[in-house]
Design a protein around this ligand. Structure first.
Ligand code: CMC
Length: 436
């Protein structure tokens, strides 16, 4: 029952049928405080009522002014700006500034920001040696995670997270160096020499050069491909409290340095249900192989044998707005590279899923990963690199969220409760007696 207190504050009246007692819990911003539940208890021994919420499906963990999502209406906004407009009219570095600083830059602020990022793209030579130590077939995401974590040892002052200037320089370093580390992880798997950054190129063009440059003096990627990748970075730049951002915040809540917190985010993104999904989409499309295999595949999904990768989202119960923009970017890229033959299978899967009762009733629509893998493949990235691209795009979001976290007086070290289901107080018998 929802009510208002005498003071006019919205509240929730709860009756505990175990005791017959009633409690009035204030409602703020559509939430009750989980800690207010602890007063609802059977007796003094009882720790009080708690919320059980595996996967945090209905628990707000923070207040945030960074990203707004309305999943039912397919709306995504960064700092209030609609994603469609940012993808069309902005650039990745401008969006990164917006996310981190909360507002769009003036011309001077933008020039300084781009200059700072450009001149921090180099990494310490020992980082290179460290990366070269990986096995020849190391997954680039594992290399990225480890090398970002290792940066904390190169910048020990980063532990001073209360100093705004120290924080700012780590943010610049991280956004600047991630493409270098990502490109080197890619070159490593190919057995090619690592390419140093070219400060004359834009952020995204430089990344492509570090990936693909061979013996030419200067590598200049097709501007249409540079633009498409820049748009993909914008689309991935933040997505409020997703799994990896929650990991960054959770680890960051221990007041560790931002490199370690972001390395935790990269670890979370590595998983197939999060950033690894576009790699899984491509593998799925290849396995389906041809149009006539689609009906049997869909039947298998509906029977619960497997998931249609790239479909469904915890938050979007309508078309993922990023998927629409990506579909357009895919067409632009295919104009340059030629059409990926898997596109037809993807389009047919989408057509069926948008009509089929199983997917319609569960509100399963294509998400950001459904088409992004096809674009990445057309850009000649191997599937292992897809999540690395996601990580580079997501870095400004992780860092904006980390910055918000460390300045939020309401935040505490993350430490959820549990419901203990094991045994209690069993007398221990030493091994020699148990095995006798
Ligand atoms: N294919 C088939 N059935 C599905 C799918 C799917 N892709 N996703 C969800 N369902 C079904 C699920 O079996 C369940 O059915 P039922 O109610 O009969 O048990 C129902 O839909 C609800 O699923 P859920 O697992 O409770 O939903 P969730 O919010 O926990 O999971 C998700 C969200 C994204 C993990 C899930 O939809 C999924 O596994 N999708 C495929 C992987 C994928 O594309 N991930 C990328 C997510 S977007 C990028 C990002 O933000 O990281």
């Amino acid at each position: 029952m929802t009510d208002e207190t005498a003071s006019g504050t919205p509240s929730l009246t709860v009756r505990d049928n175990r005791t017959g007692r009633e409690y009035e819990l204030p409602i703020t911003d559509g939430t009750i405080k989980a800690s207010d539940l602890t007063q609802i208890r059977l007796n003094d021994e009882d720790g009080g009522l708690a919320a059980y919420d595996p996967g945090f499906v209905n628990t707000a963990s923070c207040r945030s002014s960074i990203t707004y999502i309305d999943g039912d209406h397919g709306i995504l906004e960064y700092r209030g700006y609609p994603i469609e407009q940012l993808a069309e009219k902005s650039s990745f570095l401008e969006v990164a500034y917006l996310l981190i600083h909360g507002d769009l830059p003036t011309r001077e602020e933008y020039d300084e920001w781009v200059h700072q990022i450009t001149y921090h793209t180099f990494v310490h030579e020992n980082v290179k040696g460290f990366m070269q130590g990986f096995r020849y077939d190391a997954h680039p995401m594992g290399m990225l995670m480890a090398s970002v974590g290792a940066l904390s040892t190169f910048y020990p002052e980063s532990r001073n997270i209360t100093d705004p200037q120290v924080r700012d320089i780590q943010i610049v370093r991280m956004i600047a160096k991630l493409p270098t580390l990502g490109a080197w992880a890619f070159r490593h798997a190919q057995g090619k020499p690592y390419v140093y950054p070219d400060n004359e190129l834009s952020y995204t063009a430089n990344f492509l050069a570090m990936l693909f440059k061979m013996s030419e003096q200067k590598y200049e990627a097709d501007p249409r491909l540079v633009h498409a990748l820049d748009v993909l970075f914008i689309l991935h730049a933040d997505h409020e409290q997703n799994c990896s951002t929650n990991a960054v915040r959770s680890v960051g809540s221990s007041q560790v340095d931002p490199y370690s917190a972001v390395a935790a985010g990269i670890a979370a993104l590595y998983g197939p249900l999060h950033g690894g999904a576009n790699e899984a989409v491509l593998r799925m499309l290849r396995r389906i192989g041809s149009m006539e295999n689609i009906p049997a595949f869909i039947e298998g999904v509906k029977a619960g044998n497997e998931r249609l990768m790239g479909f469904g989202h915890r938050v979007y119960k309508n078309y993922d707005p990023r998927a629409k923009i990506i579909k357009q970017a895919a067409e632009d890229v295919f104009e340059v590279t030629g059409v990926n033959p898997l596109l037809k299978i993807a389009q047919e899967l989408e057509r069926i899923a948008l009509e089929d009762e199983y997917f319609v009733t569960r509100k399963l629509y294509p998400n950001v990963d459904f088409y992004s893998g096809l674009i990445y493949e057309a850009l000649e990235f191997p599937p292992e690199m897809f999540t690395v691209l996601f990580a580079i795009g997501r870095a400004p979001g992780w860092l904006a969220q980390w910055l918000e976290l460390v300045q939020d007086k309401e935040q505490k070290i993350a430490r959820p409760k549990q419901i203990y289901t094991g045994q209690r107080t069993i007398p221990f018998t030493p091994a020699v007696e148990r095995w006798a």
